[in-house]
Design a protein around this ligand. Sequence first.
Ligand code: CP
Length: 320
Amino acid sequence: MPLNRKDVLTLEDMSVEEMTLILDTADSLKEILGRDIKKVPTLRGRSVMTLFYEPSTRTRTSFEMAGKYMSADTANIATTTSAVVKGETLKDTAWTVEAMGIDCIVMRHPIAGAPHFLARICQASIINAGDGMHEHPTQGLLDMFSIRERKGTLRALKVAIVGDILHSRVARSNIWGLTKMGADVWVTGPSTLMPPGIERTGVRTTFRVEEAIEGADVVMVLRLQLERQKKGLFPSIREYSRLFGVTRERLALAKQDFILMHPGPMNRGVEIASDVADSEYSLITDQVTNGVAVRMAVLYLLLGGGPEGSAQAEGGGEKR
Ligand code: CP
């Protein structure tokens, strides 16, 4: 089954079949990352532009590497050194990019819905790499991939998402994805950082971090968005860390074989204790590696088409 869509904008609008197709395709493509020469011709002649209006280390670079590993031509627009600083609008920037013959624009923007706007006005495929507090669909997919790879399934796993749920596009994409895939999702954090009505998405909420972590198969820690502290949504970073910081003591409540995740970047010693971030439970660097595989899958399915796994058949089966 091909991914029968032009754009990847949210997991809210993605079916279980589509998400499973992406995860299965990533599974077959991940092998390429272990090769001496990481290059297959699958997307030769295709072009990918990253257009980021906010900082990024992992997402932007992993999309670029994913494209390069599959022989796509890749280019980046850093808005700080582009005509955006001269006042060029998003629409004009997008049309300028399209006029260069770009097949896919990977976009991060501080305003929720900005990638949807681009998807409406562009013929190129648009991938949402994070829009405001709304969604970060490829992060949700790579998180689900990482859990499934380690646990074999997502169904019936207890997943505790800990931290600033209100401002987190990572939480939102994971909530949509994981609940559809049958996980038992709990969210916890300060009441001021909990979106009203979040239960309607099918998650369970608690303001006691211990209740969320107890018996969890997966503990997913979110970055505390320190810039929000100015709004007085929690008393102090020290207080936040005391009440909601993920420590070895709190993790002792989780299942014995639990896994610990964080999308990055981390505030060590704030939302996550430094020793547990580096512990044997931590999947944090695997998440980064899996991000490349998942983004390869997304690019492949949007730009390359064809049945799952044929990327390898097209030349991936041998070292080049
Ligand atoms: N997880 C994530 O989106 O990281 P970056 O901001 O570094 O892309």
